[in-house]
Design a protein around this ligand. Structure first.
Ligand code: ZN
Ligand code: ZN
Length: 143
């Protein structure tokens, strides 16, 4: 079983994309991280690996991966967009506005919304990594 990053590279090549060194490393960094990363954090990882590209290149690479449906770009209340691989099991976040806690939820919470949007607007929603802001249970109690 090839590693995830190699599978993605292989698929992108099969789709006719050119895989440059920065592209390969951005994919690798995202695959190997167990958390969501900002452009700045990905750039730092590349610098540590001695891959010299600027943040603008990292940003453009992420936009490209987003267009290819491999990466989600989300505001989860950290002051900058975070990026993560969508993968086979998408997840989403409930983010508390008071304590900043982030609760991970499964993809199926959006099934009825997806159905309604299709039925009412013929709109095929791409909800691949979503954040809903609100108040967590403890913070509601404090109100
Ligand atoms: Zn997430
Ligand atoms: Zn809270």
């Amino acid at each position: 079983m090839p590693r995830l990053s190699e599978q993605i590279v292989k698929q992108l090549r099969a789709d006719g994309y050119r895989i440059t060194t920065p592209r390969r490393w951005v994919i690798k960094t995202l695959c190997e991280s167990d958390r969501h990363l900002t452009v700045e954090q990905i750039h730092e990882c590349l610098e540590e690996a001695d891959i010299r590209v600027d943040e603008a290149t990292v940003y453009r690479t992420l936009q490209w991966l987003k267009e290819c449906n491999y990466v989600a770009q989300t505001d989860i209340g950290q002051g900058a967009y975070v990026y993560c691989l969508i993968g086979d099991h998408p997840h989403h976040h409930l983010v508390c506005l008071k304590c900043n806690k982030s609760i991970q939820v499964d993809n199926d919470v959006f099934d009825s919304l997806r159905r309604d949007l299709m039925a009412q607007h013929k709109f095929k929603a791409r909800i691949d990594h979503f954040a809903i802001f609100g108040l967590c249970e403890e913070c509601q109690d404090k109100d």
